[in-house]
Design a protein around this ligand. Sequence first.
Ligand SMILES: NC(=O)c1ccc[n+]([C@@H]2O[C@H](COP(=O)([O-])OP(=O)(O)OC[C@H]3O[C@@H](n4cnc5c(N)ncnc54)[C@H](O)[C@@H]3O)[C@@H](O)[C@H]2O)c1
Ligand SMILES: NC(=O)c1ccc[n+]([C@@H]2O[C@H](COP(=O)([O-])OP(=O)(O)OC[C@H]3O[C@@H](n4cnc5c(N)ncnc54)[C@H](O)[C@@H]3O)[C@@H](O)[C@H]2O)c1
Lengths: 207, 207
Amino acid sequence: KVPVPLLRRLPTYHHLLTLLKQNGEEYVSSQTIADTLNLDPVQVRKDLASTGVAGKPKNGFNISELLEGIETFLGWKTLGEGILVGCGALGSSLLGYEGFLNCRFDIVVAFDNDPKKIGTTIRGKEILPVTKLVDLVKRMHVKLGLLTVPSQNAQQVADLMVEAGIKGIWNFAPAALNVPQDVYVHQEDMVASLAILIKKMGATELQ
Amino acid sequence: KVPVPLLRRLPTYHHLLTLLKQNGEEYVSSQTIADTLNLDPVQVRKDLASTGVAGKPKNGFNISELLEGIETFLGWKTLGEGILVGCGALGSSLLGYEGFLNCRFDIVVAFDNDPKKIGTTIRGKEILPVTKLVDLVKRMHVKLGLLTVPSQNAQQVADLMVEAGIKGIWNFAPAALNVPQDVYVHQEDMVASLAILIKKMGATELQ
Ligand SMILES: NC(=O)c1ccc[n+]([C@@H]2O[C@H](COP(=O)([O-])OP(=O)(O)OC[C@H]3O[C@@H](n4cnc5c(N)ncnc54)[C@H](O)[C@@H]3O)[C@@H](O)[C@H]2O)c1
Ligand SMILES: NC(=O)c1ccc[n+]([C@@H]2O[C@H](COP(=O)([O-])OP(=O)(O)OC[C@H]3O[C@@H](n4cnc5c(N)ncnc54)[C@H](O)[C@@H]3O)[C@@H](O)[C@H]2O)c1
């Protein structure tokens, strides 16, 4: 079982390594990563070791090797595709989110049920009618679905995804979903992040 | 130091308790909460105990008391206000997010630098010019800021927030911010959530 804090930190390292590589760097030390991200160097060394990639005493880590190691460890190599249903404000922002490009996650097709949106292009993706979801997704073998519709429509959309063979649903709607045992739902909850932020700001700011 | 998983679970209880209360319920048992949310009953009992609210042997917990206990524990009572800068796709979706209403968090004013947006209303909030941020936020004593502008403008907006007396920044842009010691930044990172989802779906789905 992989600890969730590690799963949260590795994408941050990946993001930094991508930037370093774009700047033409070839090697990096775990100390540099720790300093740049304001993290504990012992923790960073432990995290990088879990990917199986070793650093060299003088040069540190080969950046391309480390990127490859993180991507394989996180399973990004194979699950690079997803579909999105609900191209409203949140959906549009996710369609264009540059963070997904860095980790090679691609939203390959987007669906909506609003006639004014169907047939248009949002952030470079063509919007298809949700009536075509089951047929298309089955044929494309995509296993991951982002759900960004209003809560009252969330279950109905989840049912379509399950019927299409989706095995992982990233649910942004604040509504609990009923899905079969073999489908995993990740509930994205901004309110939980807000709670953490407020707690960390601590009592001193509440004056 | 409060464990982060607890900070993530408590808003979920709060959301459920709010729905129960709206349905006219007065009491609830920790077992019911555990069953409804598919959680370990021992964990739920421990979590609720941390808010200092005690249940009664026959009836269980008084729902209003428990809501009050969670809100006080999380600091929601006092930090109910925030500002938002960057009313694009993501910002608009956060302006209208019903999850914030449930936990009594209110985005009291929103700013942008796009002349086409300034003076309009998005999801019921009037969009003000970012040039007015420092003056207004100082006078309103708001301590929390949501940052939803493109990465290249993130630092500049953070500087304005700090100058205005903001002490907690919820940063959605994938860019590291430089802020004084007494300002806390919570980096929202969808890619981390994606990594967790992909890992939890496990190898079986990758075929
Ligand atoms: N989890 C979070 O942290 C978070 C943050 C913000 C918003 N949200 C949630 O995300 C969801 C979307 O929010 P938004 O602000 O983008 O709303 P929105 O109204 O702008 O967008 C919803 C979109 O879904 C489409 N839609 C509705 N029913 C559909 C269906 N059956 N099939 C296909 N498309 C359908 C609509 O046409 C619209 O384009 C809401 O549930 C909201 O609560 C979650
Ligand atoms: N963290 C996450 O998980 C996540 C998910 C999606 C998007 N994002 C990020 O959120 C940000 C916004 O994304 P979006 O899709 O809404 O983009 P967008 O282009 O739709 O919106 C950006 C808004 O910011 C405004 N703006 C730009 N510079 C400004 C300034 N200096 N002062 C005030 N307003 C300014 C623009 O006018 C626009 O309205 C981006 O940085 C994106 O990478 C993060």
